[in-house]
Design a binder for this molecule. Structure first.
Ligand code: SF4
Length: 101
């Protein structure tokens, strides 16, 4: 009886660890409503960037071609140092965009 219960407990802990490890590796997506995202005018869809508030936005600017973007070419999302531990959309944009040299 005891060993069976321990097995179930360990199984539960094991899957919790797996789940958290997975989310740590991937990172949650930045929400446009996050304080930092809102302050920077981040949009998951760059074409939705607020062109009135951020007149420097130009079509073609994307997280995917920003110098701060940490995703690999072809990735749908990747890290950005401005949003530590989270992921931005490769097609996103924020006012800190800088051309990748
Ligand atoms: Fe995207 Fe660059 Fe802004 Fe980061 S700094 S959110 S990669 S545009």
């Amino acid at each position: 009886m005891t060993s069976r219960r321990e097995f179930i407990v360990q199984l539960g802990l094991g899957s919790a660890a797996l789940a958290s490890g997975h989310s740590l590796a991937q990172g949650a997506m930045v929400a446009e409503s996050d304080a930092q995202a809102a302050a920077l005018g981040y949009k998951a869809d760059a074409t939705k960037a607020d062109k009135v508030k951020f007149p420097k936005y130009a079509t073609g600017q994307l997280c995917g071609n920003c110098s701060l973007y940490q995703g690999k070419p072809g990735d749908a999302a990747g890290g950005c140092p401005l949003f530590a531990g989270k992921q931005v959309s490769a097609n996103g944009w924020c006012s800190a965009w800088t051309k990748k040299s």
